[in-house]
Write a protein that binds this ligand. Structure first.
Ligand SMILES: NC(=O)c1ccc[n+]([C@@H]2O[C@H](COP(=O)([O-])OP(=O)(O)OC[C@H]3O[C@@H](n4cnc5c(N)ncnc54)[C@H](O)[C@@H]3O)[C@@H](O)[C@H]2O)c1
Length: 279
């Protein structure tokens, strides 16, 4: 059921690859809630994925761009405003990739060229998007910008590797640009720290199935799904949340404030003998 939360609003959505993508679910719900928007991804991702299908279904425009390339972003933002007939009211950064994770390089054996790429794609791209929008004055007053993060920014989680450092930087950029954008243009900038979610990026994390199960057992409300994340994003894009800015908002069923749960303890007890010498 639509609440028309985004009626008349224009958006820019990064990161819809296929129907598992969190950005895909956000786009579907934003459409239902009355928004018009531009979808963007890299040309390679567009060939690999099914973004055109989403565009057809939501009546949106597709403009390719590599979010690490400032010239691409300038073209995207200008063309996007032209196509939509005005400035953006919301922007979603739903981008993440680590070549170190992909190539199986562990945190004590990082390739530094890969690390540069991880940080550029997963965090600095957020600054680039914000700076391009700032210079082109592309976001309306009381607009809302979101990036998706993960609790590995604050707590060490086995296997998350250099993406943890990227997420810490991403959250810092939201605060630093959030101050400037809030002060000068009444635009809010936040990150949403989402539960582990079965997507293409998520399943690349080492031991992802076990991590997903652990987080679910630890969270009193269970893991937040991609659809639930979309609902939260749309609420944050709506006019109901105008004074929330510079925050990292946990959307994780309570995981971030737990230490141990009964459901996790049950599994732990079962394997205690077997895992006595595990490091
Ligand atoms: N899946 C999870 O468990 C989980 C949990 C918390 C946060 N997140 C975050 O959610 C966001 C979306 O990921 P997802 O889980 O939907 O996976 P996904 O694989 O569907 O989305 C990642 C997207 O990043 C895009 N991308 C990669 N390099 C890019 C570049 N240079 N320019 C533009 N786009 C680029 C990919 O094409 C893809 O569309 C990421 O920031 C991810 O870290 C995911």
């Amino acid at each position: 059921m639509s609440h028309n939360l985004l009626k008349g609003k224009r958006g820019l959505i990064f990161g819809a690859l296929n129907e598992s993508s969190i950005a895909w679910k956000v786009a579907e719900l934003a459409h239902e809630e009355g928004a018009t928007f531009v979808l963007t991804n890299t040309p390679v991702a567009m060939r690999m994925g099914t973004i055109d299908e989403l565009a057809a279904r939501t009546g949106s425009f597709v403009i390719p761009a590599d979010a690490t390339n400032v010239a691409d972003l300038e073209r995207l933002v200008k063309e996007g405003m032209e196509k939509l007939g005005g400035k953006f009211d919301f922007v979603l950064h739903s981008i993440g990739m680590s070549p170190n994770v992909r190539k199986g390089r562990t945190y004590d054996d990082l390739d530094y060229d890969y690390l540069d790429k991880t940080l550029d794609i997963s965090a600095i791209s957020f600054h680039k998007i914000l700076q391009v929008c700032w210079k082109l004055d592309a976001i309306n007053e009381w607009g809302s910008v979101l990036a998706l993060s993960y609790i590995a920014a604050q707590r060490t989680l086995y296997g998350y590797n250099d993406m943890a450092d990227a997420k810490a930087l991403l959250e810092s950029i939201a605060r630093s640009f959030g101050y400037i954008y809030g002060r000068e243009r009444q635009v809010r900038i936040n990150t949403i720290s989402q539960s582990p979610t079965m997507t293409t990026a998520g399943s690349g994390v080492m031991g992802f199935d076990a991590l997903l199960d652990f987080a679910d057992r630890m969270s009193p409300l269970g893991n937040a799904s991609a659809d639930e994340c979309a609902s939260f994003c749309v609420t944050m894009f709506s006019d109901l949340t105008r004074k929330i800015t510079m925050q990292n908002l946990f959307h994780d069923g309570g995981f971030s404030n737990m230490g141990m749960s009964n459901r996790a303890m049950a599994v732990y007890n079962k394997n205690l003998e077997e895992c006595k010498d595990c490091k």
